[in-house]
Design a protein around this ligand. Structure first.
Ligand code: EPU
Length: 333
């Protein structure tokens, strides 16, 4: 069913109040296909959980929200299981389902907002694990041919917060199902990331305990979108050449960093932004989170354009002071 002149405030985690000319909730692949066929050449776009977008203006066209649900086990061996999840499932609900079944692999990705179908687009990641580590394949609707296709892991070209769906195929496909390969046996857990190790101290490293620790850490640092509008990390962590890093380190010996490749070093954008004094700052209703400077927040009625202006100011300041180009991670629509 298509609704006209619909506010998207409840369909984006920033809580931005913009209007779409037409709006439809999609509950299965057939409905998706039919809706797009009847839409013809008119403009449309798709939202998942709306947790990685900044809406900056009203939309003249059709906004679709994927709400197809279902999780099934496709294949099971002694050690592994392949599950298939419909794109409209909530990501964290899926994590809880795997914990209940004792299927390991995505426990570090607990509490990431958004839908399952959006997860491959930016290759969601946290606490040492990325979706690509468990990804098996996905089904997509090719929007040019209006035909369904399967993509395996190699086809997706996963990288740090990136995939083919965010680059060459941007706006050209809709992910409708995702298959993951999970472990049935105790697997090599990733518990070395920062305070995950200390939060887990003295506890057995079960997937349930790891997820509980991740949830506790996230709750302590990241704002709950139900309480304060946000889209998680607004920027990517920049990766810079080692020689540039060495110079930076001379001025800032305490700068946190992680080796990326031999020639490159990753720096937390949150540190750069905090260093410039933006942490916890507020400009009207647009602000920087007070516990994690990488996250921009909507204190109530911020406009998408105001948040974008703040992001551009931060980018300009980081460039001026550190000679580092911060890349925006969320999709600006
Ligand atoms: N830091 C600061 N000030 C801040 C924030 C961070 O100095 O305000 C420094 C601290 O030294 C801290 C370090 O940065 O130890 C790392 O911070 P944190 O562990 O919070 O991780 P991050 O690099 O800021 C990334 C992801 C997060 C993910 C965490 C944990 C990106 C863009 N962000 O943040 O992902 O939860 O690691 O794995 O890679 C998201 O994508 O929405 C997201 C929240």
């Amino acid at each position: 069913m298509i609704t006209q002149h619909f506010s998207l405030k409840n369909y984006n985690t920033f809580g931005i109040d913009v209007e779409t000319e037409f709006f439809a909730l999609i509950t299965d692949e057939k409905a998706l296909f039919e809706t797009l066929k009847s839409n013809g050449d008119k403009p449309f776009r798709v939202l998942g959980g709306g947790s990685n977008v900044l809406l900056t203006q009203d939309y003249k066209g059709l906004t679709l929200v994927m709400k197809n649900k279902g999780i099934s086990i496709l294949k099971e061996t002694k050690n592994h299981v392949i599950i298939e999840v419909q794109a409209g499932e909530n990501w964290h609900d899926l994590v809880l389902w795997t914990l209940e079944k004792d299927f390991g692999g995505i426990e570090n990705l607990a509490l990431i907002p958004g839908s399952v179908g959006a997860a491959p687009i930016q290759n969601i990641g946290a606490y040492g694990v990325e979706l690509s580590t468990v990804f098996h394949r996905c089904k997509v609707l090719d929007l040019e041919r209006l035909s369904f296709q399967e993509f395996d892991k190699n086809d997706c070209e996963f990288g740090y917060r990136s995939s083919i769906f965010k680059s060459q195929l941007k706006g050209k496909t809709i992910i409708t199902r995702v298959q993951l390969k999970l472990s049935k046996q105790p697997h090599q857990s990733h518990t070395h990331y920062g305070n995950l190790q200390s939060t887990l101290k003295g506890k057995e490293k079960t997937i349930q305990n790891i997820a509980a620790a991740v949830i506790a850490i996230r709750k302590s640092k990241l704002p709950d979108p139900a309480q304060i509008g946000n889209s998680g990390s607004f920027f990517k962590n920049p990766v810079i050449p080692t020689n540039q890093f060495t110079k930076l380190q001379e001025n800032y010996p305490e700068i946190p960093h992680y080796p990326d490749t031999l020639e490159r070093v990753k720096i937390p954008a949150g540190w750069l932004i905090e260093k410039l004094g933006y942490k916890g700052k507020r400009f009207g209703d647009a602000g920087v989170h007070d516990k994690q400077a990488l996250v921009l927040v909507n204190h109530g009625n911020a406009k998408g354009k105001e948040l974008l202006a703040l992001a551009r100011e931060i980018q300009a300041q980081v460039l001026q002071h550190f000679y580092i180009k911060l890349e925006i991670e969320v999709n600006i629509l």
